[in-house]
Design a protein around this ligand. Sequence first.
Ligand SMILES: O=C(O)C[C@@H](Cc1ccccc1)[C@H](O)SCc1ccccc1
Ligand SMILES: [Zn+2]
Length: 159
Amino acid sequence: SVILPVAQRGEDILRLKAARVADAEFNSDWLMQLASAMIATMLERSGVGIAAPQVYISKRVIIVASRPNLRYPDAPEMDAVVMVNPEILEFSQATTLGEEGCLSVPNERGQVQRAQSIKVLYHTLTGEVMESTFEGFPARIVQHEIDHLNGILFVDRLS
Ligand SMILES: O=C(O)C[C@@H](Cc1ccccc1)[C@H](O)SCc1ccccc1
Ligand SMILES: [Zn+2]
């Protein structure tokens, strides 16, 4: 499938607050193709997540796809989850410090404090409303990706 160019730190698109996906866009070929191109691009770049602004689309769509990796060897293997208009409803009081990277900030890694678990409300590509809880590494990815939708990069949060 289509591999899209990834915006790099310093490009304005990464600093915008992304627009909500409109009801009329759910179930559309456009949204399906955006999601599949985002997944293909994320996989090509060995990412575990990606946000639409990173591929120059300022809309509130993210992909979360945890898998074991060097830094998180016991991370769960999960099928890519597409979240449209995601909102974090609850943050746990407990936080963890963990290493992060970013497809838009190459050659940089840093320790970021994130809520250990979160409750997220989001829409699927077909517009179905889902409410899920994430913890550990998947929770970290969700928080990192939703930051992208609000123009925030992990380097803004370095401890
Ligand atoms: O730029 C992105 O949003 C994708 C990041 C997601 C990520 C967020 C938080 C913590 C780790 C990753 C890329 O996956 S960066 C590559 C990577 C992969 C596994 C572990 C660390 C970094
Ligand atoms: Zn990132």
